[in-house]
Write a protein that binds this ligand. Structure first.
Ligand SMILES: Nc1ncnc2c1ncn2[C@@H]1O[C@H](COP(=O)(O)OP(=O)(O)OP(=O)(O)O)[C@@H](O)[C@H]1O
Ligand code: SF4
Ligand SMILES: [Mg+2]
Length: 360
């Protein structure tokens, strides 16, 4: 038994489009998650979060292709494993993935217990339906879900309940690692909280050993995961503890993400909301230098030509940028001072700067 539940070394995967173009959506990604820990992955749309999640399952079929790197789950290297073996011995037990919008993909005319039967019988065809039903009832009770939901059709459940049921179905075989891709995005705030609480309870009760929670909203991850990793254009650009990433983001893109999203909750700090200009680069032909250079307000000429390696700059903290941490922090300090001065001189006129409280 290893203390590292998931270790990924230099994983590169690509899509090959029907026009035979390569899209490098996961580019030399490395990460580690220890037993009992959770990792949040944040980044804008198209940054490669879902592709990374799919790639971590080790189950590749076109247009997604494995290129290089290692995926080690609880000491077992699954990279390069035959897809059929992955399906039989890895999916659902070692690692499970709840895809984006999974709750909307449930066939509305089938009862929930039928989905659970499918998952268990695909793993072990000899289990009786009576045993499956008993297991499902116990699991629903353990997770605080109404047992009657097992005999309902997906269409009869509310959005929040449907999502919690999807999580229960996906984890019925107690996977060691669970990847939840935007599990709370389409839900109202109350249902979001219930989904997040359920995932945390599953971690606390040891039903899952490690979790990856994907979202495009970096601040949402505060209080949800232990660590946060920010992805941009297929690469990791920063990683740190949730607190460090929310209160002291170092990479200009992480700071941009923090300053561009408003969370509708009681806040602990006030920031001026600023959108990141532009859009992420096309991954068919990514920029030669720093991939964020086109949109970075601190870019220097050399940023466009130099490949930026990922660097450890403090225990548990890494970033990918050519500007030193000290220089970036000094730039941010000056910017925050200017914003604070602007706010204090703000008379509340309609055309003054908008200041909002951000719940982090
Ligand atoms: N089937 C596919 N074929 C080719 N390219 C694809 C395919 N699916 C995704 N991509 C491309 O891969 C890149 C990463 O997409 P991905 O869906 O992983 O991003 P994401 O971060 O999950 O975005 P979102 O927040 O919108 O879910 C994008 O450039 C996208 O256009
Ligand atoms: S390397 Fe340059 S362009 Fe890229 S994030 Fe750092 S400062 Fe900005
Ligand atoms: Mg996605």
């Amino acid at each position: 038994m290893s203390d590292v539940m998931l270790e990924v070394k230099n994983l590169t995967t690509k899509y090959v489009t029907r026009f035979h173009e390569d899209v490098y959506a996961v580019d030399h990604v490395s990460l580690k998650i220890e037993r009992g820990k959770s990792l949040g992955i944040a980044g804008e749309s198209g940054c490669g979060k879902s592709t990374l999640a799919l790639s971590l399952m080790g189950y590749y079929f076109p247009p997604l292709h494995y290129m290089s790197g290692d995926i080690i789950i609880d000491g077992k290297n699954i990279s390069g494993m035959d897809p059929d073996k992955v399906r039989r011995t890895v999916l659902g037990t070692e690692i499970a993935y709840i895809p984006q919008a999974a709750m909307n993909a449930l066939n509305p005319t089938r009862k929930i217990r039928k989905f659970i039967e499918d998952v268990i019988l695909a793993h072990d065809p000899k289990v009786s339906k009576k045993d499956i039903y008993e297991l499902a009832q116990n699991r629903f009770a353990e997770l605080g879900l109404p047992v009657e939901a097992l005999d309902k059709h997906a269409v009869e459940l509310s959005g929040g309940m449907k999502q919690r049921v999807v999580i229960a179905i996906s984890t019925i075989l107690r996977p060691k690692v669970l990847i939840a891709d935007e599990p709370s995005s389409a839900l109202d705030v109350t249902s979001q909280k219930m989904v997040i609480k359920m995932l945390r309870d599953m971690m606390d009760k040891g039903m899952i050993q490690a979790m990856i929670f994907i979202t495009h909203e970096l601040p949402l991850l505060y209080n949800v995961t232990d660590d946060i990793m920010v992805m941009y254009a297929g690469q990791i650009v920063e990683r740190g503890s949730a607190k460090e990433m929310v209160f002291d983001p170092v990479h200009p893109y992480s700071r941009g993400l923090m300053n561009s999203i408003l969370v509708p909750e009681e806040g602990t700090r006030s920031v001026k909301l600023t959108a990141i200009p532009g859009t992420p680069p096309n991954l068919k032909n990514p920029p030669a230098g720093c991939r964020f250079a086109e949109r970075c307000r601190y870019a220097k000429p050399e940023c466009r030509y130099n490949q930026m390696p990922i660097i450890d700059f403090a225990p548990g903290r890494t970033y990918r940028c050519g500007t030193s941490v000290e220089e970036l922090r000094e730039l941010y300090r000056k910017e925050d001072e200017m914003n604070a001065a602007e706010a204090s001189s703000d008379t509340g006129a309609a055309d003054g700067p908008v200041r909002l409280t951000k719940g982090v």
